[in-house]
Design a protein around this ligand. Structure first.
Ligand SMILES: Cc1cc2nc3c(=O)[nH]c(=O)nc-3n(C[C@H](O)[C@H](O)[C@H](O)COP(=O)(O)OP(=O)(O)OC[C@H]3O[C@@H](n4cnc5c(N)ncnc54)[C@H](O)[C@@H]3O)c2cc1C
Length: 411
């Protein structure tokens, strides 16, 4: 008897963890455009060298057994009526009985002039590599006798968006740059700005954790510009608007972490969506008009989740378990379940020395929170085998920062 075909599009928190849940229960294919999973919450530690690529970006070939076929390619189009997927640059057409849509979001530049062309995204390993190279190149251009005010202008970096990502990234960058200043005996200080349209940092988070974030931004000397919009980005300048006044700053890099939107693959689907274009799913994660299609993670709006959860890995990760159970129930003709998804807590990396963790309604910070975050995230990595290897490496080998060394000495 031929097994039913499950095709999963996207190998992030939603797609990979669903694949691990359903592996062995049917003919499972994972289509994903990278050769590795990425544990995004630790991309900041990858930037600073506290973790290595293999820790947070294990290859699918190491995570999946032979019972999941991994197709490394981008899905180009989905035909929900014919139940087929076409792939970029390939004539292969994949047929499915059950489809899982889990392709995540893409950077949202919100139509700001020059933002897509001239700012750096921060969603992939390669983006962190590019940003690190940009920081090293900027430092390498500074002669030791350059006056402090010129150094400050040449070493200005702008992070757009003061959600968790913007605060984690800006504190990490500021700490790395300050450390490099000392090592290279440069005069003055670097300048890192975080720019936010709203009136506060980490707008989606509670007051307890915000207090730690505010402290960390201050301690790392990050300049916070709330109620400020980026209106234009050029190769070396950014224009900010605050209360009707515009200011143009020369800078060495603008990093865009100002939100996500749907990819063109999802935009092209003619199904029910909310006003942001996110797919509406019912409580079992199925599309209302196509009960053999499940959608989860950043591309789906789930009807019963705590308000802080949309757009987070912790929601995608929890949904994957429900998707896996429901797909197996669907194949066996059993009733599908729904679930309420609750906030599991928050853990933010704040610079190279500290973090903030909110768990059981209580927040704590500092170096202890940094250790707790490493321990917590070890348990969230995919597969027991990978968790054990990474846990041993962090426990025995440590998680030291890799300083921003001159280009020839970087590895
Ligand atoms: C830097 C950063 C830090 C973050 N930190 C946290 C955090 O601390 N806590 C938290 O809860 N959340 C965090 N998030 C958010 C979290 O990463 C997302 O909510 C989560 O990854 C969503 O999971 P997903 O599977 O829907 O999408 P993703 O994890 O983005 O996975 C989608 C996958 O699909 C692939 N793909 C896309 N299009 C196609 C296609 N056409 N064909 C094939 N494959 C495709 C992508 O390459 C990707 O591998 C962070 C995000 C970023 C960028």
């Amino acid at each position: 008897m031929t097994q039913p075909k499950i095709v999963i599009l996207g190998g992030g928190f939603a797609g990979l963890f669903t694949a691990l849940e359903v592996a062995g229960s049917a003919n499972v294919t994972l289509v994903t455009d990278d050769d590795h999973f990425l544990f995004t919450p630790m991309l900041y530690e990858y930037l600073s060298g506290e973790v290595e690529a293999w820790h947070i970006a294990p290859k699918y070939s190491e995570l999946l057994d032979d019972n999941v076929r991994c197709v490394q390619n981008a899905a180009a189009a989905v035909d929900l009526n014919a139940q087929t997927i076409s792939l970029e640059g390939s004539s292969e057409i994949l047929n499915y009985d059950i489809l899982v849509l889990a392709t995540g979001g893409v950077s949202n530049y919100a139509g700001v002039e020059g933002a897509q062309e001239h700012s750096l995204p921060f969603r992939k390993l390669a983006h962190a590599d590019n940003l690190r190279s940009r920081m090293v190149a900027a430092l390498d251009r500074i002669p030791p006798d350059m006056p402090p005010q010129d150094v400050r202008r040449e070493l200005t970096f702008v992070v757009v968006g003061a959600g968790a990502s913007g605060c984690e990234l800006s504190t990490k960058m500021a700490d790395l740059l300050k450390d490099a200043f000392q090592r290279r005996a440069l005069q003055g200080t670097p300048r890192v700005l975080v720019v936010e349209m709203g009136d506060r940092v980490v707008p989606g988070m509670g007051e307890q954790i915000r207090a730690f974030v505010d402290d960390a931004l201050r301690e790392s000397d990050v300049e916070v510009h709330t109620q400020t919009r980026v209106v234009r980005v050029t190769p070396d300048e950014v224009t900010l608007e605050h209360q009707g006044n515009r200011e143009t700053l020369k800078n060495a890099g603008v990093v865009w972490v100002g939100g996500v939107k749907m990819s063109s693959l999802i935009e092209k689907l003619d199904v029910q969506k909310d006003r942001r274009g996110t797919l509406i799913v019912d409580g079992s994660l199925q599309l209302p008009q196509h009960n053999n299609v499940f959608a989860l993670g950043d591309i789906a709006v789930y009807p019963d989740a705590d308000p802080t959860l949309p757009g987070t890995a912790q929601l995608a990760f929890q949904e994957a378990k429900l998707a896996g159970d429901n797909i197996k129930a669907f194949l066996e003709g059993k009733e599908l379940r729904t679930k309420h998804f609750a906030e599991l807590g928050e853990a933010l990396s704040l610079g190279t020395e500290r973090a903030a963790v909110l768990t059981g309604g209580k927040a704590f910070g500092g170096a202890l929170a940094r250790q707790a975050r490493f321990a917590l995230y070890t348990s969230r990595l995919p597969t027991w085998h990978h968790r054990l290897r990474v846990g041993a490496s962090w426990f025995l080998g440590g998680t030291e920062v890799r300083p921003l060394l001159p280009l020839g000495l970087e590895r």
